[in-house]
Design a protein around this ligand. Structure first.
Ligand SMILES: Nc1nc2c(c(=O)[nH]1)N[C@H]1C(S)=C(S)[C@@H](COP(=O)(O)OP(=O)(O)OC[C@H]3O[C@@H](n4cnc5c(=O)[nH]c(N)nc54)[C@H](O)[C@@H]3O)O[C@H]1N2
Ligand SMILES: Nc1nc2c(c(=O)[nH]1)N[C@H]1C(S)=C(S)[C@@H](COP(=O)(O)OP(=O)(O)OC[C@H]3O[C@@H](n4cnc5c(=O)[nH]c(N)nc54)[C@H](O)[C@@H]3O)O[C@H]1N2
Ligand code: SF4
Ligand SMILES: [Mo]
Length: 764
C-alpha cells in the first residue's frame, strides 16, 4: 500500500464516520476523523482506533481451520470448501433442507459484498430455518414500516439537524452513535439543536450519557413505553391536538386509533410507567405544538415485551402531530442505491407471519424466525430438526437470550461451520471456521446505513491493504459455498449458462454490481457506458439470482424514472472513486405520497395486529406492576456488541461489565461499593461487580451485553482477560414480544443479592 493518507468510511457502527488513515511502509501510523467527509465532518469516536487493532490482531484467523481430536488444524481453502459443501449437502440429503440452520450476524450489514451474496447463498442452502440479529434488534421498526408504509425498510428518520424538539426514548446515541438514524457527532448536532433554541427530551430507565445533555429527562419503568405513548395519543385526541398536516390526506383509520387509546389516560398509566400524568400531557402538547419536532425510539423500546406495539405508537405520534415528511420532523431518505425502490420492484417489500416456526409456532419475518427459538429448533427432535448450523459474522452465544442453552444445543449438532475471523464463544463450537479478509482489505460502500442517514450521502472506499494471495473475502466464501451446494443439489453439474453465471459472479465480485446500482439509481450517471463484456457478465449473474433478488429490479430501473427527475445526476463507481471523501446529496426531503408502498397508497394507522395487542396492554394495566428488579442493558462508546474486546486500547481502564443498581436497592440487599452481586433467575446466575448509582431508576438494574469471554477454548486472549459476564446467560429465551417475535432483552425480572464466595473460591 502506498504511503500517505487514505480516506474511508468506518464500518464499525451505524454512524458511517469518515476516517483518514495514514499509512507508512505498510503500517497504519494514525487514524483521524476526515474533516471533509460531508456527513461526519471530522468526527470519530474512540472505537476508530480498533480499525487498526482488528487489522493487526495476531489472533485474527487467516486460514480455514478444522476441529480434530488433537485440536484445531489448518486446511487449504479448497479442502475446506469441499468439506463444508459435502457435509452440508449430506445432511440436507438425509434429513431435508430444513435440517440446516443459518444465523446471520450484525457485521454483514456493514459489508456490501456479503449483502450481495447472501441471497444466492441462502437459496443454495434452501432452508427455512433462518435466523439473524434482526429479531434481537430492529424487527419492530421493520414491522411497523411494513404495516404502516408498506415497506420493511422504509424508516422515518429524525431530521436532527433541522428539528427544534428531539424526544429520544430507549436510545442512547451518545454511547451508540445512533441507530436507524445514522448520525455521526450526535454531541455536536445536539449542541446545535440547543443553540438554535431547540430542546432535547430523554425518556429512559437510566440517566444516560444522552440524558445528561437533555432539557427534560424522565425515568420510565422498563417495558412500559407502550403505555406512555398510548397515553400521549389519548391526550392528543382529548385535547384536540391531532393534526397530521402534510400527511392529512394520506392517513387511514385514525378513528380506530382514537378508540384504542380511550382507556389509556395519563392517570391510568402513571402507576406502571412511573411518569406523572401531567408530565405525559405536557409531553404530548409539546410534541403537538412544536412545528419541527421528532419523536424517536430505539433498542430499549424495541427489544422488550411490547416492542412491536411501542414502535407502532411512536410512528403514530409523529404522524398524528404532523411531523412525518416535513423538514425538522421525520423523513424518508433518498439514498443513491435505493434499496427501498429496488425491493419494491422485485416484490420484496417484506412479509410477516407467512409461516411459523416448527417448535414454538413463532412467526417468520422476511423469511427469518426469531433468534429466541434457535435452540428449540436444534434441541427438539422430529422432522425439520436443525442438525447443521452455519453462522456468518455472528456471535449468538453472547448476543441471543439464554446463551448457555444455545451453547448446549450447538454441542449436539452433527455439523457446524462459521464464517468468521475470530475463534470466540460461538465459533468454538464449529467444526470448520472459514475466516474472511479483514475490513481494510476490502472495498466499502454502505448499502444499508446510507438508507438511514440524517443526510443523503454516497461514499465508496477502496481497499486500504491488498488481500493476501491466500485470503478470501466474505463474498467469495459465500459464493463458493453457494456454487458448490447448487452443484451438489443438481447431482454434480449445472447447466452451462448457469455455470457461466456463477463464474461471472465470482470473477466480477460486488463492485461492478455496485456500479450498476449507482448508475441506475436516483442520482445515476445512467447505465450507458458499461462495457459490453461487463454487461454480458452481469446478465449472466442476474440469471442465477433468485427470482425475488432485489438486484433483479435493476433491469426495470432507470435514472429517467420520473420521480427522480429533479435529483442531480452523475453517480457511478468511478465518480465516487474520484471523490474519496464522499459526495453530499443534500438534506432529507419530503417524499410523500410517492414513497408509500401500501396497496391503497395510504398510511395504515391502525393495523389489526397492533389493535389486537391493546387487550394485552389492558390486562397488564389492570395487574399490579411486577415486583423485583427489572434488568436492562446498556452500551458504552468504547465497546461494540461482543467482538471488539480483543483490542487492548478499547478495553483498558476500569472494567465496564458491572451491575448498575440504585442506592435504595443496594442497601436493601446490603450491597456496598466494591461488592460482587449474584444476579439470578430460574437457576441461571452470574456474579458481577456492582456500581451503585442514582443514575439508574429504583427497581431497575443494568448489565451491558456482549461480555462473558471466560469460556474456555476461545482464541481472544485480551477479551478473555477482560471477560465480564453475559447478560444473555440470564435472559429467558421463552419470552418474546408476541406481536413481532422480537426477543425481550430489556425488562426481565431478576433477583440480586450479595455474592458470598464459597470457602475454596475465596482461597483462589
Ligand atoms: N441482551 C442484549 N443482547 C443483545 C443486544 C442488547 O442490547 N442486549 N443487542 C443486540 C443487537 S442490537 C445486535 S445487532 C446483536 C449483535 O449480535 P451478533 O451479530 O450475533 O454479534 P456480534 O457481537 O456483532 O458479533 C459479530 C461477529 O462477527 C464477526 N465479524 C466481525 N466482522 C466480520 C466480518 O467482516 N466478516 C465476518 N464473516 N465476520 C465478522 C465477529 O468476529 C463476531 O463473531 O446483539 C444483540 N444482542
Ligand atoms: N458503542 C457502541 N455503539 C453501538 C453498539 C455497541 O454495542 N456499542 N451497537 C450498535 C448496534 S448493533 C445497535 S442496534 C445500536 C443501538 O443503539 P441504541 O438504540 O442507542 O442502543 P443503546 O445504547 O443500547 O440504548 C438503549 C437505551 O434503552 C434504554 N432502555 C432499556 N429498556 C428500556 C425501556 O423499557 N424503555 C425505555 N424507554 N428505555 C429502555 C437503555 O437504558 C438504553 O439507554 O448501537 C450501535 N452502536
Ligand atoms: S462512531 Fe466510532 S465506531 Fe461508529 S462509525 Fe464513527 S468512528 Fe466508527
Ligand atoms: Mo444492532
Amino acid at each position: 500500500m502506498e504511503n500517505g493518507v487514505h480516506y474511508r468510511t468506518c464500518h464499525l457502527c451505524e454512524a458511517m464516520c469518515g476516517v483518514a488513515i495514514e499509512v507508512n511502509n505498510g503500517k497504519i501510523t494514525s487514524i483521524k476523523g476526515d474533516d471533509q467527509d460531508p456527513l461526519s465532518q471530522g468526527h470519530i469516536c474512540p472505537k476508530a482506533v480498533a480499525l487498526q487493532d482488528l487489522h493487526e490482531d495476531r489472533e485474527r484467523l487467516k486460514k480455514p481451520i478444522r476441529k480434530t481430536a488433537q485440536g484445531w488444524e489448518e486446511l487449504s481453502w479448497e479442502d475446506a470448501f469441499d468439506l463444508v459443501a459435502e457435509k452440508l449437502h449430506g445432511i440436507r440429503k438425509t434429513y431435508g433442507r430444513n435440517s440446516i440452520g443459518v444465523y446471520l450476524g450484525n457485521p454483514n450489514v456493514h459489508n456490501h459484498g456479503a449483502l450481495m451474496t447472501t441471497m444466492p447463498f441462502l437459496r443454495a442452502i434452501g432452508t427455512q430455518n433462518r435466523f439473524s440479529a434482526t429479531s434481537n434488534d430492529q424487527l419492530p421498526h421493520m414491522l411497523a414500516s411494513l404495516e404502516m408504509f408498506g415497506h420493511q425498510i422504509l424508516f422515518p428518520i429524525p431530521d436532527i439537524d433541522h428539528t427544534d424538539l428531539f424526544i429520544c426514548i430507549g436510545g442512547n446515541p451518545m454511547a451508540s452513535n445512533g441507530s436507524l438514524m445514522t448520525v455521526p457527532d450526535i454531541r455536536g448536532r445536539l449542541k446545535a439543536l440547543r443553540q438554535r433554541g431547540g430542546k432535547l427530551v430523554v425518556i429512559d430507565p437510566r440517566r444516560t450519557e444522552t440524558a445528561r445533555l437533555a432539557d427534560d429527562f424522565h425515568f420510565i419503568r422498563p417495558g412500559t413505553d407502550a403505555f406512555l405513548l398510548m397515553a400521549m395519543v389519548h391526550t392528543l385526541f382529548e385535547e384536540n391536538l391531532v393534526d397530521p398536516g402534510a400527511a392529512e390526506r394520506l392517513v387511514k383509520d385514525v378513528d380506530l386509533l382514537r378508540l384504542a387509546a380511550l382507556s389509556f389516560s395519563p392517570e391510568a398509566v402513571t402507576r406502571h410507567t412511573g411518569i406523572e400524568a401531567e408530565a405525559i400531557r405536557q409531553l404530548a402538547r409539546q410534541l403537538a405544538k412544536t412545528p419541527r419536532a421528532a419523536l424517536y425510539t430505539r433498542m430499549g423500546t424495541s427489544t422488550q415485551a411490547f416492542g412491536g406495539t411501542t414502535t407502532w405508537l411512536a410512528y403514530c405520534l409523529n404522524i398524528l402531530t404532523g411531523k412525518l415528511d416535513i423538514p425538522g420532523g421525520v423523513l424518508f431518505t433518498q439514498p443513491a442505491v435505493d434499496l427501498v425502490a429496488l425491493g419494491a420492484m422485485s416484490g420484496q417489500r417484506g412479509h410477516f407471519g407467512k409461516r411459523h416456526s416448527r417448535v414454538r409456532g413463532l412467526p417468520e419475518f422476511a423469511g427469518e424466525y426469531p433468534a429466541s427459538t434457535m435452540a428449540d429448533e436444534m434441541l427438539t427432535p422430529g422432522e425439520g430438526q436443525v442438525r447443521a448450523f452455519v453462522t456468518v459474522a455472528g456471535n449468538p452465544v453472547l448476543s441471543s437470550p439464554n446463551g448457555q442453552r444455545l451453547e448446549s444445543a450447538l454441542e449436539g449438532l452433527d455439523f457446524m461451520v462459521s464464517v468468521d475471523y475470530y475463534l470466540n464463544e460461538t465459533t468454538r463450537h464449529a467444526d470448520v471456521i472459514l475466516p474472511p479478509t479483514a475490513a481494510l482489505e476490502r472495498s466499502h460502500y454502505d448499502l444499508i446505513f446510507s438508507q438511514f442517514a440524517v443526510r443523503n450521502v454516497a461514499k465508496y472506499s477502496e481497499a486500504l491493504f491488498p488481500a493476501a494471495d491466500d485470503a478470501r473475502h466474505d463474498w467469495q466464501i459465500l459464493l463458493e459455498l453457494a456454487h458448490r451446494l447448487e452443484q451438489q443439489r443438481k447431482g454434480g453439474r449445472l447447466p452451462l449458462r448457469s455455470e457461466m453465471g456463477w463464474r461471472a459472479f465470482k470473477k466480477l465480485g460486488p463492485d461492478p454490481i455496485l456500479d450498476l446500482l449507482l448508475r441506475t439509481g436516483p442520482y445515476g450517471a445512467d447505465a450507458g457506458p458499461v462495457r459490453p463484456f461487463a454487461q454480458t457478465a452481469i446478465e449472466l449473474v442476474m440469471d442465477i439470482l433468485p427470482e425475488r433478488n432485489p438486484l433483479k429490479g435493476l433491469a426495470r430501473l432507470s435514472p429517467l424514472n420520473r420521480r427522480w427527475d429533479e435529483l442531480p445526476k452523475g453517480l457511478s463507481l468511478s465518480a465516487l472513486k474520484a471523490a474519496p471523501h464522499g459526495i453530499d446529496l443534500g438534506p432529507l426531503q419530503p417524499a410523500l405520497p410517492e414513497r408509500l408502498f401500501t396497496r391503497d397508497g395510504l398510511i395504515q394507522m391502525a393495523p389489526r395486529r397492533y389493535l389486537a395487542d391493546v387487550e394485552r396492554m389492558q390486562a397488564t394495566l389492570e395487574s399490579a406492576p411486577a415486583d423485583g428488579l427489572l434488568l436492562i442493558g446498556r452500551r458504552h462508546v468504547r465497546s461494540n456488541n461482543s467482538w471488539m474486546h480483543n483490542s487492548q486500547r478499547l478495553v483498558k481502564g476500569k472494567g465496564r461489565c458491572t451491575l448498575l443498581i440504585h442506592p435504595d436497592d443496594a442497601s436493601k440487599r446490603a450491597l456496598n461499593p466494591g461488592d460482587h452481586a449474584e444476579v439470578s433467575v430460574q437457576g441461571r446466575y452470574v456474579v458481577i461487580p456492582v456500581e451503585i448509582t442514582e443514575d439508574i431508576m429504583p427497581g431497575v438494574v443494568s448489565i451491558p451485553h456482549g461480555w462473558g469471554h471466560h469460556r474456555s477454548g476461545t482464541g481472544q486472549s485480551v477479551a478473555s482477560s477482560h471477560a465480564g459476564v453475559s447478560i444473555n446467560d440470564l435472559l429467558d429465551d421463552a419470552l418474546v414480544d408476541p406481536v413481532s417475535g422480537t426477543s425481550v432483552l430489556n425488562g426481565q425480572a431478576v433477583d440480586v443479592r450479595v455474592w458470598q464466595p464459597e470457602p475454596q473460591q475465596k482461597q483462589a
